[in-house]
Each structure stands twice: as structure tokens, then as C-alpha cells.
Design a protein around this ligand. Structure first.
Ligand code: AMP
Ligand code: MG
Length: 404
């Protein structure tokens, strides 16, 4: 049996980095930055006020109360600002440029003036002393021109998009989304919502895998069920290979008599056993597409919980590697609130629900059974139980990998 890390390394090596496109910020959300972005402008670009109030010379107001002559108004967006001399102040708003001569801002609440829309007074009485630099945001104090504001591998979250905009970018270089085709194998499968005949079940793996692939950053080009007959699978695989960078299959890789992925005789695809539970039978390799292109194939077992776990453990890092994504799987520690057992010699992944008190419980009362799909929606994380552990007791610390 292969270790989880050993097999993950094989999977990640199946595909190279995807090509780069320069795209507008609004189209870059969730894509992965392909190059470091040095700041084109400083943040903030000019020294500005952090408060609504009066720009002053700190030395003038060291012994309050002090009356100062008001020389002008500086709203945000002002195209010029009056200089502030000794004994003078300028009314200033948050984000407006601090005028020459001033070195601090006194909030309006620390003056004799009322906050809000009011005519510009001729004079203001300052009621509190301020230190030099108080309530002033200095040009470049957050980011200096030329400093790397976002590093390659960064996922373009809404926050990252805002950073890119703030340092001067309208477009960013990102990796193209991996195109993923999903084939759920099984002659027992019917489309969701269809009436079930004898021995039939709804195909839940297609939507599960399509959804997970999309969350891992993929463009899902195909997701459907296919029967176990070899010719049906071969036809569906040809269709899937035509437009995809990665084909993910579910089912048909284990030891049964009707295992279409195994029986397809695909050169370059290895069938292995991985020391994990669930998810022991796995398959992967590189397959030639009809146009001669190389497509990564990931063959997952069919049980829905195995699919869920295998997708997180193997499909996620494969798609991350193709996109050059930096972030790793987020993990925290939790204490088990229920006991459960774990197989010797295999790493166990148990869908768990996290509680606010730092504990976790298996999402389903029956624990880790790989066929138990009905509690998958309440799994916040996968608890990872080491190969050498055979029982998790109440209060034991377990590493949980977040899947939310
Ligand atoms: P297999 O790996 O093909 O032997 O499938 C293992 C188990 O998962 C069987 O009980 C299947 O009926 C079930 N299964 C396989 N594919 C799906 C699917 N797409 N949706 C729901 N259950 C499935
Ligand atoms: Mg099957």
C-alpha cells in the first residue's frame, strides 16, 4: 500500500502549470495570481487625514484651549490645499490631503465646533493637545511603490482584488482555470429526481465532484453518470478527454467483477491501494486525448464519502498545483466529543462537525462509514487520525482539516 503523501506526490506530478492570461480584476475572482505584483502606487498615495477635524501644527496646540484662524476647507478629493501657518488651522475631512505646514489633525470632537455639515468657521478653538503625526496617515505607510503587494500563488479573493486595485492594477496575470470533466460510473445510477427502478440509486457523485472541483477553482466542462459496460465507459471517456485538462471518475476502480475504469485497459493509468480510510482503491495516470493532448486522469472509488475525502486529499492538491496556488489545506486542532475507532495502519479521514467549544463529533452517528452520505452537508472538517491510532477517546486532540 502507498502512503497518502506518496500517492499525493504521484497525483500532483500528473499535470503541469496552466497557461497565464491577463484579465480585468472583476474577472479574476478566485483565480490564482501567476506573478508577484509590485505596488505601482504607494498606499496611501499621499499623506492624508484619518479623521474629520482640523489640520494644525502640533506645537500651536500644546497648551489648550487655543484659538486658531481657519484658513480653508479640505474635503476628500480636494485638488489643492491651503498652507497652514503658525496660529492657523484648516478644516479637513477623512482621506483629504494634509496641507503643507500642518503636522497633526485634531478630531472635530476635540474642538468647540459641532460635527456634521456646518459652515466653515472663521476660527476654531482646539480643546486637546495632539502629538506630531496624530490622526495622520503618511504616504506609503501601508505599502511603498515597488514592494510586492501580492505574491504569485495568491488566490484572488475579494480582499486580494481590493489590494491589487489599491496599488494600481486594473488587470492581473492569472492562471487559466483547469477544465475538469466528471464521470460517475455505475449501472445502478439514474439522474437525480428520476424514479428509481429495481436496484437503482440517484447519482449523487456527479454533483458532489462537480461542486468540489468548482470550489477548488476548476471550470467543470462535463459531469454525468455512465453505465459500467466497457463500451459505454469508453465512449464517455473519449467525450470527457476531448475538452478537459483533468478527468475525474468515481467508482469502478476496486475489485468487483464490473469495474469499468479498471477494465478500460488505459495505458499509463496505475491502480493502487492507498493506506487510508475511506479511499483505499485509487487510480491515476496520464491519458492521451483524441487531439493528442495529455490529460490527467484521477480515478476515485465510488462511495460518496470516499469521493468526498479523495477529492479533498488528491483532487484539491492536483488542481492547486496546476494553478500554482500557494495556500495549503487549513487545519486546526479539536478535541473529540465522542469516541470512535480507526483501522490500524491506515490514515483515517472522518467527516466531523465542529462545535464552538473546540470539540468535534463525527457528522454521522455511524462514524466513518464510506457509504454514509446523508450527513455530508454538516461536515465542517475532516478529522485526520494517524496510521498508528486505533481508537480516538473523548477528549483526545485530533487534527481537523477544514472543508468549509
Ligand atoms: P464502486 O466503487 O463503483 O464499487 O461503488 C461503491 C458504492 O458507491 C456502491 O454502493 C455504489 O452504488 C455507490 N456509488 C457509486 N457511484 C455512485 C454515485 N455516482 N452516486 C451515489 N452512489 C454511488
Ligand atoms: Mg460501481
Amino acid at each position: 500500500m502507498l502512503s497518502v503523501e506518496g500517492y499525493e506526490a504521484v497525483v500532483v506530478s500528473l499535470a503541469g502549470l496552466l497557461p497565464v492570461d491577463e484579465v480585468p480584476l472583476a474577472q479574476a475572482r478566485r483565480l490564482v495570481l501567476a506573478a508577484d505584483l509590485p505596488a505601482l502606487t504607494s498606499v496611501p498615495p499621499f499623506t492624508n487625514s484619518a479623521m474629520d477635524g482640523y489640520a494644525v501644527r502640533a506645537a500651536d496646540v500644546a497648551a489648550p484651549p487655543v484659538a486658531l484662524r481657519v484658513v480653508g476647507d479640505i474635503p476628500a478629493g480636494a485638488s489643492s490645499a491651503p498652507g497652514v501657518g503658525v496660529g492657523e488651522a484648516a478644516r479637513i475631512m477623512t482621506g483629504a490631503p494634509v496641507p503643507p505646514g500642518a503636522d497633526a489633525v485634531v478630531p472635530v470632537e476635540a474642538t468647540d465646533q459641532l460635527p456634521g455639515a456646518a459652515p466653515l468657521p472663521a476660527e476654531v478653538t482646539i480643546l486637546e493637545a495632539v502629538a506630531i503625526g496624530r490622526h495622520v496617515r503618511r504616504a506609503g505607510e501601508s505599502v511603498r511603490v515597488g514592494r510586492v503587494a501580492l505574491a504569485a500563488g495568491q488566490t484572488m479573493t475579494p480582499g486580494a482584488l481590493a489590494v491589487a486595485a489599491s496599488v494600481g492594477y486594473a488587470t492581473v496575470p492569472v492562471r487559466r482555470r483547469p477544465r475538469v470533466a466528471v464521470l460517475a460510473t455505475g449501472s445502478e445510477l439514474v439522474s437525480p429526481g428520476q424514479r428509481l427502478g429495481f436496484g437503482q440509486i440517484p447519482d449523487s457523485n456527479s454533483v458532489l465532484l462537480a461542486g468540489l472541483a468548482a470550489e477548488f477553482g476548476a471550470h467543470v466542462v462535463l459531469a454525468r453518470a455512465v453505465g459500467d459496460a466497457p463500451e459505454q465507459f469508453s465512449a464517455a471517456l473519449s467525450e470527457a478527454l476531448a475538452g478537459a485538462d483533468v478527468v475525474v471518475t468515481a467508482g469502478g476502480v476496486s475489485a468487483g467483477a464490473f469495474e469499468p475504469v479498471r477494465q478500460a485497459g488505459l495505458a499509463g493509468v496505475d491502480f493502487v491501494r492507498v493506506a487510508m480510510q475511506p479511499g483505499k482503491p485509487q487510480a491515476c495516470g496520464v491519458v492521451e486525448a483524441p487531439d493528442g493532448g495529455r490529460v490527467a486522469l484521477l480515478g476515485l472509488p465510488g462511495n460518496p464519502v470516499s469521493v468526498f475525502v479523495s477529492a479533498w486529499v488528491f483532487l484539491r492538491p492536483l488542481l492547486a498545483a496546476m494553478q500554482g496556488r500557494r495556500s495549503d489545506w487549513r487545519r486546526v486542532e479539536a478535541r473529540a466529543a465522542r469516541p470512535w475507532s480507526s483501522p490500524a495502519g491506515r490514515r483515517q479521514y472522518v467527516p466531523v462537525t465542529l462545535a464552538e467549544d473546540g470539540t468535534c463529533i463525527p457528522s454521522h452517528a455511524l462514524g466513518s462509514g464510506s457509504h454514509i452520505i446523508s450527513a455530508l452537508h454538516s461536515a465542517d472538517a475532516l478529522a485526520v487520525v494517524g496510521e498508528g491510532v486505533e481508537r480516538v477517546e473523548v477528549g483526545d486532540r485530533v487534527s481537523v482539516h477544514l472543508v468549509g
